[in-house]
Design a protein around this ligand. Sequence first.
Ligand code: PHE
Length: 415
Amino acid sequence: MVSQTKRVLRLSLAIAAAFSGLACDKDMRGSGGGSGGDTKVAGGGGKADPGPNAGVTPSPGGGDTILIGEYGSMTGSEATFGQSTHNGIELALAEQNAAGGVKGKKVKLVSYDDRGNAQEVGTVVTRLITQDKVVAIIGEVASSRSLAGGRVAQQYGVPMITPSSTNPEVTKVGDMIFRVCFLDSFQGYVVAKFAAETLKAKKVAILYDQAQAYSKGLKDFFKAEFTRLGGKITTEQAYTGGDPDFNAVLTTIKGTKPDAIFTPGYYNDAGNIALQARKLGITVPLLGGDGWESPKLAEIAGKAIEGSYYSNHYSTEDPRSEVQEFVKKYKDRYGEMPDSLAALAYDATKLLCDALGRAPAWDGKTLARTLAETQGFSGVTGKIQFDANRDAKKPAFMLQMKEGKPVAVTSTDPL
Ligand code: PHE
């Protein structure tokens, strides 16, 4: 087995100090259907009609702009996923265009809100391709929605990069689908190892969202690794995203006396689960995956989430200059700390622009081939290049919630 490096991040006081106190006006565009700058933002709804020229894309010769598309949950129960992703894309494009664009053309974004609804995804991705005629698409965050959108992009032969969908099935949809983040096989391994070796947990209960491909997959990867390490799963309970009441499942879990509870869902549910668990007198740490990543987690759960841990794609405390420069630029522009969705979307957009610059033509096939040839792209979230499945291998962080903020505890390099 390839050696795995695990190091405790030494957080310098200087970096911590640099992050406190700065505040400026929030410039969050794209969540309310308004448009700003080079971005056209539209709500979903309506039926798109795949015309005979569907999928035909401009070549480097025509027009003075290059159009790329985005679909995401700008509203709904995972709204911060879509909003942060949108901000990351916009920041990347603003920089790219200020530096001359791509081959002298400005890169413009068409952005649709899928409202966190998998059915809506089909409509808006079809519209991006057949009506807006984008050359490539960035989306989605939630794996179930990237699976739905990916099928449409693959069918029309338009490259799609998901910044943050970690379920292995997403890129298996076909050769048009790429991702710039790690996979749940790795993430499950990282959390299981952390539970067994750092927390010394022997028995873990699982509470997962049966409606999300992400949650189901990550639960399985965690379970396989935790039991391989000699741990025991005391019980495996399911919920459906948006459920308001977790009392019954949490009572069952409490009865199995676990050392920790692994709950790989999205932040709204995770926040409610934490609240209700503490009310029931459950004191053991909760463990989650990247789906917890949202400023809303601490807003919803308050003290109930203190001390719990989740895995993530980056840490704002990482002293690498790529990270610190990005954090500063993002804070200056939006007045808030960038979460990992913003960082991954920024990387996906910069990487796409890089490929657009290298591609001899911008038809789907040529662009996908050029994307696949990306070598050692230096991103905020680490080095990015694609393996044969168009997946990236990246490090993962374990973060702990402390005073309402995620603080880095360990980082694990890819296997
Ligand atoms: N990895 C999650 C999924 O595939 C999405 C996610 C990524 C959420 C990063 C938050 C942060 O569904």
